[in-house]
Design a protein around this ligand. Structure first.
Ligand code: C2E
Ligand code: CA
Ligand code: CA
Length: 747
């Protein structure tokens, strides 16, 4: 029952529409109005030309009358409609452009509007003074001009109809002028005036239709003008169905009544004309058509209304997907930036009271690893909810991943951020969660929100793992380091092309003989501005901005090229281990790239070891799993880097086929005095042997460490004790000097 009622309400247009749907319908009405204005202008121009040829010129040629007077007498009403059509058309066109008013637009609109007002005021006054005095009406019956006497009551009605038309035309003129002024001086639109203009136009059209058709009807003609005007109004301007029914019902019924009233009130100067007979015949003959027409038109209007609503919903869905983040429903970053740009541009007062925030979630990755992706998604949706609660009234959106952005005021900011942090950290009892936020205060209306957000992001990144600190502001002191980061991001292509990226080689030795069994390739950035940059200055930034593959692709190629060159000149070569970032598998087809290079330089696969960090493998990312398996299938040696530095080491060992485990250098710190650490490394090596994996310990700096590791069965060692990462020339220098002996043993 309730459902039926709702359905009926929907059909009749009583349902509540969203702001978007209302706006969409309004927009289409305004668009229709501009077409209607255009049609009116054309029609009236045509009428004017017709008047000139059929009335004015012949009369003028006959002589005796001034051309100007003829013009005034025969064209005055056409000018009025021409002006109104023009005004409405301009009004709607400016609306659709949505731009601020320039002086030219403003003057054009005001001129047209004022002209309409003056003109209609004058005409209505004339009609008012005439009211009740005019007792005859001229009509054409069968081509013959007939003067009909009318009763004073009928004369009043006729005048009232004309006055109504003029009054509404006056209202349109006034609406246009007010709208133009408001727009020009305040830069705002006034929706109500748009409605007034459209509605007045509707009523003018209907009244005009009634007036003209009524005259035609007297002459025994069809009521075409009325019907045309009705179609014009209700099919182009789409109102809610119940309003359409009201408009149509009132117009059809009203018109019918008017005809009957006049029939009774007529008296004829020329009694020989059977005027009332003609009229009655038309009414009875066309009554059925009249009703049918009413019903069909109503149905068409219903159909158009619902069609437009469907269009509105479709276009809303499209717009939504272009502006909203699909998961959280917040604005996506693009849309956020657009709105923020607009807001920043229009911000007044003390600009530095506006702050752009970058919100990052602590430990989100750990949450995802432990609770799974779906729970991670739900968590993000909840965070979006917290942000909307805490920053109600501000502008916010999701940048990507677990990063959110907000444009807000500084008042109560710390409290708000603390509240947000509390909500996020309460989300899970077992995982330590929270937010770290960076803020950037605006300096100028011209600031680009993306750049501001990036600075806020940089600041946030500085407190990444400090759970007790929720908020940090970007300041001038940070700008140098920030500039360096930006420099890296903006120059990675240059660096690759200009050879600023250089592979350094760090020796890896057999622990028993301490002879060279391989080298790890570590990137260095030899910058013309900043000098030598170390990986910690560019690798994390490149990973954060998803550019790391550019560096790795280059390093892989340099390493292969160096091997080829050494082979070609007959130098001894050892296998090289290459560091793969987790993102390499996402951002490029890392395995095919590597395999392609190995083929391109004609190398054997045993010369390449692939290092993947343990943390890369905790991501549940199927592409990565596939890639790892492919590396093995293709015959490369797969090494697990930084073992023991993350969470789920043992699982990783179980799930993948590694050849070598690289034990993280943190196990070695303070090894000499720490029995526990010694036992731990011992156990790890035993365990690795049990599952047929070889071991390498990184960060070996003392002879004591090296001896201990050799004793407990770690097969390879790497660390400053055997050599720091150095360029290939320096490496060969050391080999040539006998400081490093290339081992012939391969495993
Ligand atoms: P990693 O793969 O764990 O590399 C070992 C790091 O430890 C190197 O730092 C190396 O210089 C340093 N190291 C080696 N032996 C010792 C030692 O005895 N004592 C101490 N204190 N440190 C030692 P580096 O070259 O600064 O590289 C840092 C990290 O940057 C690397 O860690 C690796 O994760 C990453 N990285 C370096 N080059 C590349 C690259 O080409 N691609 C990718 N994706 N990552 C790279
Ligand atoms: Ca490594
Ligand atoms: Ca390592």
């Amino acid at each position: 029952m309730k459902k039926n009622r709702r359905f009926l309400a929907g059909v009749l247009g009583f349902e509540r529409l969203s702001k978007y749907e209302n706006d969409y319908l309004h927009d289409s009405n305004i668009r229709s109005c501009s077409y209607m204005g255009f049609i009116v202008v054309l029609l009236e121009l045509w009428m004017l030309i017709r008047q000139v040829y059929s009335k004015i010129l012949p009369k003028y040629q006959a002589g005796g009358v001034r051309l100007f007077d003829l013009f005034v007498t025969y064209t005055s009403k056409y000018w009025l409609f021409l002006l109104i059509g023009l005004g409405l058309m301009l009004f709607c066109l400016f609306y659709q452009r949505g731009k601020r008013f320039s002086k030219g637009k403003f003057i054009a609109l005001v001129a047209v509007g004022v002209a309409c007002m003056l003109y209609t005021a004058e005409l209505s006054l004339e009609k008012f003074t005439e009211a009740g005095t005019k007792t005859s009406h001229i009509v054409f019956i069968s081509g013959e001009k007939v003067k009909l006497d009318v009763t004073p009551a009928m004369a009043r009605i006729m005048n009232a109809m004309l006055v109504t038309i003029y009054v509404f035309l006056f209202v349109i003129g006034a609406a246009i002028v007010t709208y133009a002024c408001f727009n020009y001086f305040k830069g705002k639109r006034i929706v109500i005036l748009e409605h007034v203009a459209v509605t007045s136009f509707t009523l003018v059209c209907l009244a005009f239709g009634v007036f003209v058709s009524y005259s035609d009807f007297w002459g025994g003609k069809e009521i075409i003008c009325f019907l045309t005007m009705v179609i014009y109004v209700v099919c182009l301007l789409i109102y809610r169905p119940y309003i359409t029914v009201l408009i149509l019902g009132a117009s059809f019924y009203g018109f019918y009544r008017v005809l009957l009233t006049f029939e009774n009130g007529l008296s004829f100067e020329n009694q020989s004309i059977e005027i009332s007979g003609v009229m009655r015949k038309i009414i009875s003959g066309d009554a059925v058509n009249y009703v049918t027409f009413f019903i069909s038109l109503t149905t068409i209007c219903f159909a158009i209304y619902h069609g437009r609503l469907v269009e509105a919903r479709k276009s809303k869905a499209l717009e939504k997907s272009a502006t909203e983040d699909q998961l959280t429903g917040l604005f996506n970053y693009n849309h956020f930036s657009e709105l923020a740009t607009e807001k920043i541009r229009n911000a007044t007062g003390d600009l530095s009271e506006n702050v752009l925030l970058f919100v990052d979630v602590h430990n989100f990755k750990a949450f995802n690893d432990q609770r799974g992706f779906e729970a991670g998604d739900r968590f993000l949706v909840s965070i979006a909810g917290y942000i909307s609660d805490v920053f109600r009234g501000s502008l916010y959106g999701r940048q990507a991943d677990d990063h959110f952005v907000v444009l807000t005021g500084t008042e109560g900011l710390t409290e708000k951020l603390d509240a947000l942090n509390e909500k996020v950290s309460d989300y899970d009892d077992e995982i330590l969660l929270g937010v770290n936020c960076g803020g950037y205060h605006l300096n100028a209306n011209s600031e680009d929100p993306r750049v501001c957000i990036d600075r806020a992001r940089y600041a946030a990144h500085l407190i990444k793992n400090r759970f007790q600190t929720v908020y940090i502001e970007y300041d001038e002191k940070m700008s140098e380091a920030y500039r360096k980061r930006l420099y890296v991001i903006n120059n990675i292509d240059n660096a690759v092309e200009n050879g600023w990226i250089v592979p350094f080689y760090q020796p890896v030795v057999w622990s028993d003989t301490e002879q060279l069994c391989g080298c790890e390739v570590l990137a260095r950035w030899m910058d013309p501005v900043y000098g030598q940059l170390f990986p910690n200055e560019f690798i994390p930034v490149l990973e954060e901005y998803r550019l790391i593959h550019k560096l790795d692709r280059a390093i892989f190629e340099f390493a292969c090229r160096d091997l080829r060159a050494a082979i070609d000149v007959g130098k001894p070569v050892v296998p090289v281990s290459l560091n793969f970032s987790r993102l390499d598998f996402e951002l490029m087809d890392a395995v095919s790239e590597l395999d392609g290079l190995v083929k391109k330089y004609g190398l054997t696969k045993d010369l390449i070891h692939v290092e993947v960090t343990e943390s890369a493998l905790t991501d549940n990312f199927s592409k990565l799993n596939e890639a790892i398996n492919r590396i093995k299938d293709l015959g490369y040696s797969l090494w697990l880097d930084d073992f023991g530095s993350g969470y789920s080491s043992l699982n990783v060992l179980k799930d993948y086929q590694f050849d070598v485990i690289k034990i993280d250098m943190r196990f070695l710190s303070n090894l000499e005095n720490n029995e526990k650490a010694k036992n731990l490394i011992d156990c790890i090596i035993q365990m690795a042997n049990r599952i047929h994996m070889l071991t390498l310990t990184e960060g070996v700096e003392t002879k004591v460490q090296a001896d201990f590791l050799n004793r407990i069965g770690c097969t390879r060692l790497q660390g400053y004790l055997f050599g720091k990462p150095i360029p290939k020339e320096a490496l060969y220098d050391r080999i040539d000097k006998g400081e490093l002996i290339v081992s012939g043993k391969r495993l």
